[in-house]
Write a protein that binds this ligand. Structure first.
Ligand code: 13P
Length: 249
């Protein structure tokens, strides 16, 4: 059985004070949630407030990106050991906004993933096609390229800690969610890739999250699909009540 991961990606939203009041509202709403891992990825500057607010709960905190070096002259960057030290257990890698606006490459995704695993962080590695790629019928080809480039050649014991998030770019922040069937098809394609690269057992154990306009009213239908092992939620994770509804969907 794969334990679902219900993750929120706050992107560049919220201050430390807003983080604390969010957790005050959120904690009681998920206090009795069982059988699901709950992860919140705030901006770096809100990590300390989030870690402190999540103490004594099962909620875990993640970063939204990570550099591949442990330390060095890389102005503006944050390393995996630093995230771990701050109390993070997870980190999002290769988000499409990073690929689109910051020229993230598959090669960097792999380097970041290796660094995260090395430090003991659980990477949530994002993949997904653009609208043009989907319309050209190239979804699986894009997923293959991103998997091969970003997730090939990890140590099997490292891959066991990787979570993949399928986030079709056209569904992010658009209100246009993939249907559960479209998501399920893509998730099956990703599981097949995991099987080809890491074998059947690793593929069956891999958690694959769906992300892209997940809302309180569509989360249950997505979660009902057998290959959807959780969600990565942007906008709707900013509201404590709404995200709790998703977590419990
Ligand atoms: P939205 O839920 O706002 O569409 O964002 C999805 C996302 O990018 C999560 O990483």
């Amino acid at each position: 059985m794969r334990t679902p991961v219900m993750a929120g990606n706050w992107k560049m939203f919220k201050t430390a004070a807003q983080t604390r009041s969010y957790f005050e509202a959120f904690r009681p709403l998920v206090a009795s949630t069982k059988g699901r891992e709950i992860v919140i990825c705030p901006p770096y500057l809100c990590v300390p407030a989030a870690v402190e607010s999540a103490q004594g709960t099962s909620i875990e905190i993640g970063g939204q990106n990570v550099h591949w070096a442990a330390e060095g002259a890389y102005t503006g960057e944050v390393s995996a050991p630093m995230l771990l030290d701050a109390g993070c257990r997870w980190v999002i890698i290769g988000h499409s906004e990073r690929r689109q606006y910051f020229h993230e490459t598959d090669e960097w995704v792999r380097k970041r993933t290796e660094a995260a695993l090395e430090a003991g962080l659980k990477p949530i590695v994002c993949v997904g096609e653009t609208l043009a790629e989907r319309e050209e019928g190239r979804t699986v080809e894009v997923l293959e390229r991103q998997f091969q480039g970003g997730l090939h050649g990890l140590k099997p014991e490292g891959f066991a800690h990787v979570v993949v998030a399928y986030e079709p770019v056209w569904a992010i922040g658009t209100g246009r969610t993939a249907t559960p069937e479209m998501a399920e098809d893509a998730h099956q394609a990703i599981r097949t890739l995991a099987q080809l690269h890491y074998g059947e057992a690793a593929a069956q154990a891999l958690r694959i999250l769906y992300g892209g306009s997940v809302k309180p009213d569509n989360a249950a239908a997505l979660m009902a699909k057998s290959d959807i092992d959780g969600v990565l939620v942007g906008g709707a994770s900013l509201d404590a009540k709404g995200f709790a509804t998703i977590v419990n969907a």
